[in-house]
Design a protein around this ligand. Structure first.
Ligand code: SF4
Length: 736
């Protein structure tokens, strides 16, 4: 008989509640969970692909081991023996600094990996840590970290009470938010406009969000900081700045005024391709709207001025009193795991970067990581500290980061590569051992990260929907076996005992003598559920182990399959701050000093034609291209070209273009579209499934072109280390 289960969708940041109908291990139907207190039944076309993912014959269900140059299926015992032998050998010969780790963004959708990877990181003690953050959102995290004190204190638009939403470099109509968990953005934007509000979009492409907006202003890729400087200058020069309730909570206002003074819109207009009067008009509109929010995302991050742009967005929200105000930008208050709900409210250590540097490039450490674009050279450059071992988790940087070809060559030369992944993809095909992860339907779930970015405070927990194979470990167990290897205990150590001992140590650091009682109070829970119960109970809504009766516990969440609503976002200043000054730092010296690059760039001529990426509704990660329900239909990896550029280069709709940059060359079908601003073309990211020895048959049928092959592997935002993915100069040639 069919059963019905609830599951939070793990396929993107929107975290919609789903209802899964299944029978005897087969998924029959997936639909939105109407009673879900956060997403109220909304879902997008990707959600139904969870069934395809679960049943995908290409999804790994058995560990793979490299033998005679080929990956072959083996037992878990054989896989662990090999992992212990190889990883142990690298550690013994070269030490922990020769072992790197790389995490893909699906890790943040996996409770077990998110909560247990830090154990592995601590056990290893390596500085060679990499993740998808440095090809995505590191600039925003650094900017808010410097301003508010913690890496994930990202304010999000209070869209349901706003009158004016200005979106720059983001496409929430397709993404349903990024660093902003906002299911059904379309419905919320429609409601905003229906109540007389205004949606304005700044983007090089007339994106799906721009098409639904009241106004669209095309901007030159990579020039957001110039636009935002002109905007902020206008606010001050025209007396529009009004900090309102924020006046007592800011530091550095005079330094900010001084820093902004050289950048009137008239100086910025040519560089960003938005005329000075439009910049001024937008600043006036924004300042005068009753309730307004400025939101920026991936386009503002993946460029050379990523951290400056991210900072200026928050500066503008502060200057107009939009931060921490209803209908403006508010800080979520997550039920667990948020650094901005821990420790003493309103003050903290703040953060620093550059505590160490990359061995080869000298790039500074940011949030305990080095830039992902440095990984290849750290592997293939000989010398002390050369990386000889790699542990990857749900990551495919060969496709999803610049420098893929060099990285692939470097991976093939490692002494040890262990991958925790569900696919044999362009990256994991180089592993010595692949340890398969779980299908999301076999896994329990709590949104560790996205509750910290959600448009409403809520707590939800999903138990596993379907049973996993008897010999398949949970992902946290696989991570703990790696911890055991690193600690010299061997892959077959008692990981339950090790997990308990490590948790006791952690509790002793935070709770001192009360640690044993706290640990006992969490019995008989184990693994991520035990950490989740601890996080919820000690969190801002928690029962504090009985001190606050009726407070949040995991048991309470398990009894509420539609979730527990914790209310709309509310002002949190000054409690949310963790800066040493206890204030919002408006002019962090690191950022103000970086304005020197703006001056230098103003003198640089803009390229005639540049390329940008784009997010698509049916894709988020590269492995989604292997799911039939998402892969079917028209070819999606197309080059969007404005009609003027198409005519100039002799391209026709449906023809094929060769796209060439100083760093590579790819070919793609052409889609002539007035969506693009002239001088800018767009290719979606995550494609290029034409490499040998992968096991993704559906994706290989229509491999698409890899945008990253065109990018400059050394181009980074110097502050955050984030890769530059936008605005790379290209030339086009029509192919027969
Ligand atoms: S918007 Fe994201 S979370 Fe919601 S159903 Fe689609 S993929 Fe899943």
């Amino acid at each position: 008989m069919a059963s019905l289960s609830q599951r939070i969708c793990p396929l993107c940041e929107a975290c919609c509640g789903l209802e899964i109908e299944h029978d005897s291990g087969r998924v029959l139907r997936i639909r939105g969970h109407d009673a879900d207190l956060f997403s109220h039944g909304f879902l997008c076309p990707k959600a139904v692909a969870l069934g395809d993912l679960h049943h995908d014959p290409d999804r790994l269900r058995q560990p793979m081991l490299r033998r005679d140059g080929r990956l072959v299926p083996v037992s878990w015992e054989q896989a662990w023996d090999e992992a212990e032998q190889r990883l142990g050998a690298v550690l013994a010969k070269h030490g922990p600094q020769a072992v790197a780790t790389v995490l893909g963004n699906p890790v943040s959708h996996k409770m077990g990996l998110t909560l247990y990877f830090p154990r592995l990181a601590r056990a290893l003690g390596t500085r060679q840590m990499y993740s998808a953050s440095s090809v995505d959102q590191m600039p925003k995290m650094l900017a808010v970290g410097l301003m508010y004190g913690t890496w994930l204190s990202v304010p999000v638009p209070d869209i349901e009470r706003s009158d004016y939403l200005l979106v720059i470099g983001a496409n929430p109509m397709v993404s349903n938010g990024s660093l902003w968990t906002v299911p059904d953005f379309r419905g919320k934007a429609k409601a905003l406009r229906a109540r007389g509000g205004k949606l304005v979009v700044i983007d090089p492409r007339r994106s799906e969000t721009a098409q639904a907006a009241d106004a669209w202003h095309p901007i030159r890729p990579g020039a957001d900081a110039f636009f935002l400087l002109g905007f902020a200058h206008t606010l001050i020069a025209e007396g529009l700045a009004d900090l309102r309730h924020l006046a007592d909570h800011v530091a550095g206002l005079d330094a900010l005024r001084t820093a902004l003074a050289p950048y009137p819109p008239e100086r910025m207009a040519a560089r960003c391709a938005i005329d000075a009067e439009t910049i001024r008009t937008l600043a006036r509109e924004f300042a005068r709207a009753p309730r307004a929010a400025l939101y920026g995302r991936i386009g503002t991050c993946t460029q050379s001025f990523g951290t400056l742009s991210s900072w200026l967005i928050d500066v503008i929200n502060v200057l107009c009193g939009r931060l921490d105000a209803q209908g403006g930008m508010l800080f979520p208050k997550a039920p667990a795991f948020a650094a901005n709900t821990r420790g003493k409210p309103g003050i903290g250590k703040g953060l620093t970067t550059g505590r160490y540097h990359a061995r080869v490039s000298g790039a500074p450490e940011v949030q305990g990581e080095l830039p992902l674009t440095c990984l290849a050279e750290e592997i293939d450059t000989p010398g002390p500290g050369q990386v000889r071992g790699l542990i990857s988790m749900a990551a495919n940087p060969v496709l999803s980061a610049p420098n893929g070809a060099r990285l692939a060559r470097a991976l093939a030369d490692l002494d040890c590569m262990i991958s925790l992944d569900i696919y044999q993809n362009e990256t994991t095909r180089h592993a010595h051992v692949i340890l398969p992860g779980l299908s999301p339907l076999e896994d329990a779930h709590y949104d560790v990260s996205f509750t910290q970015l959600a448009c409403r405070n809520v707590a939800r927990y999903s138990p596993p929907v379907l049973a996993r194979a008897p010999d398949q470990p949970e992902e946290w167990e696989s991570v703990m076996r790696l911890v055991a290897i690193v600690k010299g205990l061997g892959a077959h150590a008692d990981i339950a005992a090790l997990d308990r001992a490590m948790l006791l140590e952690e509790l002793e650091r935070s709770a001192g003598a009360a640690a044993p009682q706290l640990l006992a109070a969490l019995d008989p829970l184990q693994g991520p559920e035990r950490l989740l119960d601890l996080g919820l109970r000690t969190g801002p809504y928690g029962d504090q182990f009985g001190a606050r009766p009726g407070g949040l516990t995991l048991a309470a969440l398990q009894a509420a399959p539609s979730g527990i609503d914790l209310g709309p976002l509310a002002p949190r200043l000054p409690e949310v701050l963790r800066t040493p000054s206890g204030k919002i730092e408006l002019a962090p010296p690191l950022l103000v000093a970086d304005l020197a690059r703006i001056e230098a760039d103003l003198a640089t001529p803009a390229p005639e034609l540049v390329i940008i990426g784009r997010r698509q509704l049916r894709s988020n990660n590269s492995w989604m291209h292997n799911l039939p329900v998402l892969a079917k239909g028209p070819v999606r990896c197309t080059l969007l070209v404005h009609p003027v550029d198409a005519a100039r280069h002799g391209l026709r709709d449906g023809g094929v273009a060769e796209i060439r940059s100083a760093h590579g060359c790819v070919q793609a079908p052409v889609e002539v579209s007035a969506e693009m601003m002239p001088g800018v073309v767009s290719l979606p990211h995550g494609w290029g499934h034409d490499q040998p020895e992968t096991r993704m048959q559906v994706a290989a049928e229509r491999p698409g072109a890899n945008l990253n092959a065109l990018l400059d592997p050394q181009a980074r935002d110097p502050l955050s280390g984030n890769a530059v993915l936008s605005g790379i100069a290209v030339s086009l040639r029509a192919l027969p």
